[in-house]
Design a protein. Structure first.
Length: 119
């Protein structure tokens, strides 16, 4: 099995874990595992970048691969700073944004990891 396919499986597992833990945190539970959520988030972004870099190396959808690298930066930036963004009644917007951009990485990774012709 190709390395990008293995990484894609890990990314899928990561998004499943992150969504479950994120929703639990959002609803006021499991605060004791915030650090684990952050650590898995860092691994998630690193895996996402690895898939993008492999795609770049294989000259597979280079524009999408560069966009994926940039999205990884955004995911990490929002994840690490979200507690300070829009505190108060509007903080739910940041939580939804964090969820959407995190989940958006999966279909991008799927396209980048797909076997087929370059370009």
């Amino acid at each position: 099995m190709a390395p990008s396919r293995i990484l894609l499986m890990l990314l899928r597992l990561g998004v499943a874990v992150q969504v479950v833990v994120g929703i639990a945190l959002w609803t006021g539970h499991w605060y004791s595992i915030v650090d684990a959520h952050r650590t898995i988030g860092v691994l998630y972004v690193l895996i996402f970048w690895a898939i993008a870099i492999i795609a770049l190396a294989k000259r597979r959808q280079p524009g999408l691969a560069v966009l994926a690298i940039l999205l990884g930066v955004v995911i990490a930036a929002v994840g690490f700073t979200q507690q300070r963004i829009l505190p108060g009644d509007l903080h739910w917007i940041v939580r939804v944004l964090h969820l959407v951009i995190g989940v958006a990485a999966v279909p991008m990774a799927e396209k980048l990891a797909a076997e087929g012709k370059p370009g």
